[in-house]
Design a protein around this ligand. Structure first.
Ligand SMILES: CC(C)(COP(=O)(O)OP(=O)(O)OC[C@H]1O[C@@H](n2cnc3c(N)ncnc32)[C@H](O)[C@@H]1OP(=O)(O)O)[C@@H](O)C(=O)NCCC(=O)NCCS
Length: 148
């Protein structure tokens, strides 16, 4: 694998990351944004600003300090997205593992995620990280991981 694809580190996102966040969003394909948010969304700087202050978000950074993926935890619910050109390089799994570790450290009882039933990559990823089917509601599927 090319060294540039390997995430250097994962850390909490903060207000100072807005420019990198905007560059990250510019490199997301519309369908990936749809799969992340469950609907088509036009990404604007205002979206990025709002996302930076909602919940707890961790970003994976590449060797140049650019964001390669983000996982967000709001209450016990998580959502994640990987830069479209960097998918399938293990970044999603690293982010999910990081989110689980952080949730355990914070004493959360569980983590769950709602995914579109058509979103096979996300479902496969969550299964691989130990999440199991909790229920399905129309086009949505809920997966849950009980934490120690
Ligand atoms: C879902 C998503 C986060 C996966 O991130 P990723 O970095 O590509 O995933 P990884 O490379 O870490 O994959 C880890 C494992 O997940 C599974 N997986 C990931 N993508 C897959 C795909 N397209 N098809 C089948 N399995 C897949 C595999 O088991 C994979 O392990 P493997 O590569 O050894 O076979 C990414 O596709 C994405 O950002 N999608 C758009 C947003 C989204 O759907 N978010 C989820 C809803 S909140």
């Amino acid at each position: 694998m090319c060294a540039s694809l390997v995430s250097e580190r994962i850390r909490l996102l903060g207000p100072g990351d807005l420019p990198a966040y905007i560059r990250f969003a510019e490199r997301l394909e519309p369908d990936d944004i749809r799969l992340r948010f469950g609907r088509l969304l036009r990404w604007t700087e205002a979206c990025a600003r709002e996302m930076l202050v909602s919940g707890e978000a961790y970003a994976a950074f590449d060797a140049w300090g650019e964001i390669s993926g983000i996982v967000r935890i709001v209450d016990t619910e998580l959502a994640l997205i990987v830069r479209s050109d960097l998918k399938r390089h293990g970044i999603g799994l690293r982010l999910l593992d990081h989110a689980v570790r952080r949730a355990v450290e914070r004493g959360l009882p569980e983590l769950s995620g709602h995914f579109l039933a058509e979103n096979h990559p996300a479902l496969a990823l969550a299964h691989r990280a130990g999440f199991r089917l909790e229920g399905s509601y129309g086009s949505l599927v809920e997966l849950r991981l009980c934490l120690p």
